[in-house]
Design a protein around this ligand. Structure first.
Ligand code: PNS
Length: 167
């Protein structure tokens, strides 16, 4: 059985992420959404456990999808599966260089570990967790950007992280 691993920082998971996970779940028998540390993003809004918990709730209806967490290297984590494949969404050419590099590093550490990309749905090309965090800081309507199950949680967390006001 091929296991798709969808890694990311998911701080928080967006509708764009969820679109990729749903599509991966139609292609692969098992999908693990893996919450990881991105060294380039040192001050996350949510803890890794909180992010995984949100993912579990918003993917509850997808029977072959699970969430996990990992503080280490993706290439090492993948070794626990017999047939792993890393699946990521690609939004635009701006994503390409970093994703290309990560796929090659992962393959160098764990030869045979392939990375596959699903092109982002057009309506989510602009969307990122950082955009969501920015909007949330202003108390903006998030219903087009994050799954409804976590909207209140994201807005509440943004308030405690020093929300901003318009004007
Ligand atoms: O959602 P993101 O922040 O673009 O995801 C990036 C992530 C977390 C997948 C990447 O930073 C990662 O794989 N981190 C784990 C550590 C690792 O394996 N690094 C090797 C690639 S440089």
């Amino acid at each position: 059985m091929i296991t798709a691993i969808c890694p990311g920082s998911f701080d928080p998971i967006t509708l764009g992420h969820l679109n990729i996970v749903r599509r991966a779940s139609r292609i692969f028998e098992r999908v693990v959404v893996l919450v990881m540390v991105n060294a380039a993003k040192p001050s996350p809004m949510f803890s890794i456990a909180e992010r995984a918990d949100m993912i579990r709730r918003v993917t509850a209806g997808m029977g072959n999808v699970e969430a996990d967490t990992c503080n280490g290297l993706l290439a090492e984590y993948a070794k626990r599966f017999e047939h792993p494949v890393v699946v990521k969404g690609l939004r635009a050419s701006t994503d390409f260089e970093a994703e290309f590099q990560m796929a090659q590093i992962n393959n160098a550490i764990n030869p045979g570990l392939e990375t596959m990309f699903l092109t982002s749905s057009e309506k989510y090309t602009f969307l990122s967790s950082s955009v969501v965090r920015e909007l949330a800081a202003y108390g903006s309507d998030l219903s087009d950007f994050v799954p409804r199950e976590i909207i209140d949680e994201v807005l509440a967390k943004a308030r405690t992280h020093g929300g901003k006001t318009n004007g």
